[in-house]
Design a protein. Structure first.
Length: 438
C-alpha cells in the first residue's frame, strides 16, 4: 500500500458518519415534477438550436505541477478531517494538535510527490486534448441529438411534423415559433446539446464520456414555454490515453451509443412520466438505507454511495449468495401510492416492470449485463451468471396504463435530487456484490 493510499484508508470513518446522517432523511419529501404539459403537446416539430456544442475534457491533472497540488491538497485535507473527528481536550490538547498538524504537513508533502508522479506531463495532456478535439469537432452534435429525439418521439406514437429548413432557421433566429402554427404545429421541442466530452475527478483517474442536453417545449399558440429540463448520459470510464488512442475512436463510439439512450430517456421523462404519488424516501431494507420508488426487497441495499475506495465494502455493498441472484422489489402501486392517490391507482392497469443491471467499473455503472422489459412480476432471476467477486448497480421502474394511456414511473434509486435527469443506471441506483469464485 502506498503512503497516499494509507492516508486515504484512514479516512473512511468520516464518510461513514455521513451515511448515518443521510439515513435520517427518510422523512424527506421529494418535489413532484410538473407534468401538465403532457396534455398540451399535440403535433410537434423538433428543432435543434443553432449553436456549437462546447467540448469538455476534465477529470485529470493538466501538468506535473497541478498533480502535485491536487495530491498535496487531498492528503492534507484528509488528514485534517481526521483531526476534526478526534476529540481533544485538556492541557495536552494544544501540543497534540500542533504535532498532528505537523504530521498532516508531511502527509501533504507525500501526497504532492505522489500526485506529481502520477500526473501526465503538460505536453502530453495538451496533445491529447488537441487529438480529441480534432476527433469530435466535425461531429454534428446538435443535428444528431435532434434526429434521435425525433425518432424516439415517433416510436412513442407522438405526431411529429417536418418543418422546412428555411422556416426552422427563421423561427430559431427570432425565437418566435408562432409562425409555425399555420403548418399544423402545436408545440416546438427545442433540443440543445450543451456539452459533450469526458469528465471525472482525480489526478490521472479514469474519466467518463458524457452528453449533457437541455430541451424546451414551446407552444406555437403564444410562444410560451411549457416545459424545460436538463438530461445527462454518462458512459464508460477510461484513462485519458485510452480515450485518445486510434484518433479518439473509443470516445466517438461511446458518444454514439449515448444518443439513442439519451433521446429515449428524454421522451419518457417528458411525455410518459407519471410521478410516484408517494414522494417520500423510505427504507431500502439495509443498513443506513433509503430508497425512492420501488424499494429493493432482495437484496436490500446500503445507504448513499460515496464512490470512495477507502470505505469498507460492507458499508456500501450487500453481498448476494449466488452468481445468478433473484432480484425482488416492491410491487406498484405501493401502499403509500394508494394512500395518496387512491382514485388514480384504481384506474391503473397492465402493470409490468423494466429492470436494468450494470457492472460497476471505476466507481460508476459500466456495461449493462441485464435489461429486461415486460416483467409481469416484481422479481427476476438473472439468466446469465454474473462475474464472481464483482459489484453491480441495478434499478427498476413500472410501466402501466392509466385511463388507457401508457405511463412509466421514475427509476428507483437511493435518492432523488432535483436537477439534471440522468439516463439510468446511475451511482444512485441500488447495489450488490457477488460472492467469490467457488
Amino acid at each position: 500500500m502506498t503512503t497516499r493510499s494509507a492516508f486515504a484508508h484512514s479516512r473512511w470513518i468520516l464518510p461513514a458518519a455521513l451515511l448515518l446522517v443521510l439515513a435520517g432523511c427518510g422523512v424527506m419529501e421529494i418535489s413532484r415534477p410538473d407534468t401538465r404539459h403532457q396534455e398540451q403537446v399535440g403535433r410537434v416539430a423538433v428543432l435543434a438550436v443553432q449553436e456549437p456544442t462546447p467540448l469538455r475534457f476534465e477529470g485529470y491533472a493538466r501538468s506535473k505541477g497541478s498533480g502535485a497540488a491536487q495530491g498535496a491538497g487531498g492528503a492534507f485535507a484528509g488528514c485534517l478531517s481526521g483531526i476534526g473527528s478526534s476529540g481533544c481536550s485538556g492541557q495536552f490538547c494544544g501540543p497534540v494538535l500542533a504535532l498532528m498538524l505537523g504530521i498532516c504537513g508531511i502527509a501533504g508533502l507525500v501526497g504532492g510527490l505522489a500526485g506529481a508522479a502520477e500526473a501526465p506531463p503538460a505536453s502530453q495532456v495538451q496533445s491529447s486534448e488537441i487529438s480529441l478535439t480534432h476527433a469530435l469537432e466535425i461531429t454534428p452534435f446538435q443535428a444528431l441529438l435532434r434526429e434521435h429525439v425525433e425518432s424516439a418521439l415517433r416510436a412513442g406514437g407522438v405526431p411529429v411534423l417536418a418543418v422546412a429548413p428555411e422556416r426552422s432557421s427563421i423561427a430559431l433566429e427570432s425565437g418566435d415559433y408562432r409562425g409555425l402554427a399555420d403548418q399544423g404545429v402545436d408545440t416546438v421541442l427545442l433540443t440543445n446539446l450543451r456539452e459533450a466530452g469526458i469528465r471525472g475527478a482525480g489526478i490521472n483517474a479514469p474519466a467518463g464520456a458524457f452528453l449533457h442536453a437541455r430541451v424546451r417545449l414551446v407552444s406555437t399558440r403564444d410562444n410560451g414555454e411549457r416545459y424545460a429540463a436538463d438530461f445527462l448520459f454518462t458512459g464508460r470510464r477510461m484513462k485519458l490515453e485510452q480515450w485518445v488512442a486510434d484518433d479518439g475512436a473509443a470516445l466517438l463510439a461511446e458518444l454514439e451509443r449515448g444518443y439513442p439512450q439519451l433521446a429515449g430517456h428524454i421522451h419518457d421523462q417528458m411525455l410518459r412520466l407519471y410521478p410516484f404519488p408517494d414522494r417520500h424516501l423510505h427504507s431500502a431494507g439495509g443498513m443506513f438505507s433509503t430508497s425512492f420508488g420501488l424499494a429493493p426487497l432482495d437484496p436490500v441495499t446500503r445507504g448513499q454511495y460515496s464512490g470512495q475506495g477507502s470505505i469498507p465494502d460492507f458499508l456500501e455493498w450487500v453481498r448476494v449468495d449466488s452468481l445468478a441472484p433473484t432480484l425482488k422489489w416492491q410491487a406498484f402501486p405501493r401502499p403509500g401510492d394508494l394512500g395518496v392517490a387512491r382514485e388514480d391507482m384504481a384506474r391503473v392497469a397492465q402493470v409490468s416492470y423494466e429492470l436494468l443491471v450494470a457492472r460497476e467499473t471505476h466507481g460508476e455503472p459500466g456495461e449493462t449485463v441485464c435489461h429486461r422489459d415486460g416483467l409481469t412480476r416484481p422479481e427476476h432471476r438473472l439468466e446469465n451468471p454474473l462475474a464472481p467477486d464483482a459489484r453491480y448497480f441495478w434499478t427498476v421502474r413500472a410501466h402501466f396504463l392509466l385511463d388507457g394511456r401508457p405511463r412509466v414511473t421514475e427509476w428507483s434509486s437511493t435518492s432523488l435530487f432535483p436537477g439534471v435527469s440522468q439516463v439510468p443506471p446511475s451511482r444512485q441506483s441500488y447495489r450488490f456484490r457477488t460472492p467469490g469464485a467457488p
